[in-house]
Design a protein around this ligand. Structure first.
Ligand code: C5J
Length: 271
């Protein structure tokens, strides 16, 4: 028979054992979650120019610039400026492949749209007064008022349409950081690297990459996911980014990024 003092001492022992085992369990849990996190954070290496670039995919966002009907389809802003909009179509397929992979990898995906308020209060006169008066920003066109938010032409093409949860940044300028909350959003998500796709290479893509570079983001521009109305400007736009040891960023392509994002092949176990 155990006396009262004996029973109390056994209880104390049990409580001490319980507390110690809980502490041990939480230490092990922390240790294992650190290991799991560090495994995910191992950077991948993306083939790029001027040299391969290491990317922590958990700190990387995909940004798709201005893949809007106004730039890619007949009757929109791009065509009113005298451009052959069919030249931008080449970027859609590669862009979709990277978008699908980013969605599968649960990467942060951001879409941008260039456009203005219906009253044009956010459009500088210097921007509006370009082009023929009948087809300027705000004028009616086959896809609604040209480059105006809410109009059919302002929307993103159906192939690359955002799904719920993917932020869309409406920007009044060429750069996606100007007069938007893009920087705050990226910082809140802990993003350090950007995979950049979109149109046009030498205008909104280039301006955004320069802005991002100044803010400390490492940008990798995917050449075949970008396009221009002027093939020579596309080439030069990319050259300007990667020149002088990646002065604004790196230039890669969809295949290289898809290869880097693919899960490592598992070795077959001997049977
Ligand atoms: C232009 C753009 N080209 N998204 N806009 O005016 O590049």
């Amino acid at each position: 028979m155990q006396g009262r003092a004996g029973a109390e001492s056994t209880n104390r022992c049990r409580i001490r054992w319980l507390v110690a085992s809980r502490r041990l369990a939480s230490i092990l849990l922390l240790a294992f979650s650190d290991i799991a996190r560090s495994e995910v954070r191992v950077p991948v290496t993306v083939k790029a120019e001027p040299e391969a670039v290491p990317l922590d995919l958990t700190r990387t966002a995909l940004i798709i610039i201005d893949m809007q009907r106004d730039f890619l389809e007949p009757g929109g802003f791009g065509e009113t400026l005298g451009n052959d909009v069919s030249l931008l179509g080449a970027a859609v397929g590669p862009c979709k492949a990277v978008l699908d992979a980013a969605r599968a990898a649960d990467m942060l995906i951001i879409h941008t749209r260039e456009g203005h308020r219906p009253d044009l209060s956010d459009a500088p006169k210097a921007k509006i007064e370009r082009g023929h008066p009948s087809v300027r920003i705000g004028a009616p066109g086959p896809m609604g008022r040209i480059l105006i938010r809410g109009e059919p032409g302002h929307d993103i093409i159906k192939e690359l349409y955002p799904i719920p949860g993917e932020p869309v940044i409406d920007k009044p300028g060429k750069g996606a950081f100007y007069a938007t909350d893009l920087d705050a959003l990226l910082r809140n998500f802990g993003v350090q690297h950007l995979l950049v796709c979109g149109v046009t290479t030498e205008v909104c893509v280039n301006t955004t990459v320069r802005e991002a570079n100044d803010r400390g983001y490492r940008c990798v521009v995917l050449a075949d996911c970008c396009a221009s109305y002027f093939p020579e400007f596309h080439e030069m736009g990319l050259n300007m980014i990667k020149a002088q040891g990646a002065i604004f960023g790196w230039v890669s392509d969809s295949q290289s990024v898809l290869a880097a994002m693919a899960p490592p092949a598992r070795k077959l176990a001997a049977v």
